[in-house]
Write a protein that binds this ligand. Sequence first.
Ligand code: DGL
Length: 258
Amino acid sequence: MNIVFFDSGIGGLSVLREALMLMPNENYIYFADSDNAPYGTKTKEEVKKLTFNAVQFLNEKKIKALVIACNTATSAAVRDLRETYDFPVIGMEPAVKPAVEKNNNRGKRVLVIATALTLKEEKFQNLIARFDAEHIVDMLPAPKLVEFAERFLFYGPEVSDYIKEIMPENLDQYGTLVLGCTHFPLFRRALEENLPKDIDIIDGNRGTVNHLMDILKNNNLLSLSDKKGKVTFYKSGVEVTDKTLLEKYEKILYGRNL
Ligand code: DGL
């Protein structure tokens, strides 16, 4: 049985990376819908359809749990997926709650970067309504970061220029930057270099993986094997066998640079 990770592209590898650290003995399937990325600039209906198509394909592959390692697809489809399939479906949620809790007391604001679709969807708006009573959260879409990531460009002048271009002027007012898109942790180094040192940068990856582990435990689904599991990759429905591409994926999963 496999734990399946799904994303519009390579962003979900930042989540799978955490899962591999905590649960190395599981077998994983990673599905990148890179041929159809980006999702964040599409309509909710389009994203839902693409997500359902992918999950239908993956359903043939013995799923014990499905992680929608994409905030955008989570907003568009997670509720319907849970109604359709019997296996546990785990979604992403931008780490707004811890960020607000931390910054309310120190008089700083919170900046959430995510895709345009995530930010405008009901799921995110509900999250803000629940936790941002003091109105300290600002939101910013960053679509080009998804494009850069899909080109495996995570660092350098082009990335830095874009980060500087989109960031609000008065950055000193922010205590925390929330990465509300799974592609964005891939830019941690570039973000750290281009933001004031005292802004902390957080994502929801560890929280999602802890939640996944709890669900597996509670359903007696954790692997009992003492051997390292394997990861199989699919790109938009085709198994990835290209060595160069596999190396790029593996560098994100096991490399030191995240
Ligand atoms: N990785 C996705 C997310 O977490 C979206 C990127 C895209 O626009 O395709 O929202």
